[in-house]
Design a protein around this ligand. Sequence first.
Ligand SMILES: [Zn+2]
Length: 492
Amino acid sequence: MIDTKETVTPVIGLEIHVELATATKLFCRCRNRFGDPPNTNVCPICIGMPGVLPVMNRKAVEYSMKVALALGCQVAAFTKWDRKNYYYPDLPKNYQISQYDLPLSSNGYLEVPLADGSAKKVRILRAHLEEDAGKNVHDKPGFTGVDLNRVGVPLLEVVSEPDMNSVEEVMGYARAMQRLVRWLGASEANMQMGHMRFEPNINLHIARGGVTYKTPIVEVKNLNSFRALERTVEYEIARQYAQWEADPDGYSMGKLQKQNRGYDDATQQTVFQRAKEEAHDYRYFPEPDLHPVVVDDEWRDEVAATIGELPLARRARYMETYELSFKHADALTQDAPTGDLLDEAVKGGAEPKRCVNLLLGRAAALANERNCTIAQIGITAGGLAELTKMLSAGDVNATASGKILEKMIAADDSPRQIAQAQGLLVVRDAGQIEVWVDEAIAANPQAAQDARAGGKKQKRAFGFLMGQVMQKSKGAADPARVKQLLQQKLGP
Ligand SMILES: [Zn+2]
């Protein structure tokens, strides 16, 4: 139990490694693609053969600048590349090209939305570019394979200040970063494909009896899912507290080194790996084969101009202009194209709230089935606007609109053409509706009698007959007209 007279403040920073969505790798023309057969996207440059020269991928720098600018970072006018030396089987060159003392960008922040509606600014210390390493593959008993397809894939490393004080803030920050890099098109940020990896550093500041204790900082390496991140932070907070409580003076930052721990998915615990290495262990030195990167104002402004409205600003606009709830506005700003679809449909005359209902109803369900975003299911803003207008005019009902939307994905026909072809337009023809009403009454004499008799059974019988008529019309009859006719025929 935590003593009520003390306060325990988790202090957490997060490094996020984001693989950029470039077509090719950072310093060679090999394809940057997940899932290809092992060691098929490799060349002498990325596997470090002697005598080859790397050439920088301009697009990777632009994506990095775009993210940095969206984070409010300063983009350095001059940056260079460094070699970070270490030996590991997935790194055949024995060094990684990275940016050490002159990162591409620094000093920004990310606004993290919290559950209570407030937001927290988490400061960004720096964001720099480096090349990814390969992957050890443990799929054959007794052997470890090495897949070098990932070697040299551009990796943006975004380092936060230790500004987060709870699991909620860490998760909010990680998700906000995922949304941002996707939004900017800088990364697909697909966790299953390893596009995003987390390395939190965690310690506790514990105030008890007028003394503040600090537990040693722990860095947990290479977490590749949100779940692993959440469990790790929860586990470390509890573990560090228990260890501190057992020895408040011994288990402290001054007496013990920083340490690296790894997360074990099976036990959902972290395990000690080693005392944390420091920069000098890597013998950084400037990469002699690459030119420094010079970013002039013109290039920076050109990239800045491609950023556009950011997700939180758009969410606020939706709540303000379209009067959407936070939940709806948030759901529609998970990616930029889905919101673009809404904006264009509204420009085309669609009523915002009805349009949102369509998008977050049937369209979201279809996207979910297909494991894609709403925009990716393949409806056009024009079609969406037309369908929304048909709903507003009462030409189709909500059920029919869902069916039409589904057909719009497969066919080039307009919503109206689909509605006509499928018999989904609302039938307002009184003569036709009267035929259905008469048929329903004739086929269900008991219900008709109950409805006429009044009393307890009346309401239920009336509802049943309504349902029968709607069924006969395959949902197309105008419900108001059906109700009116039934009342006339069954009324007192
Ligand atoms: Zn290559």
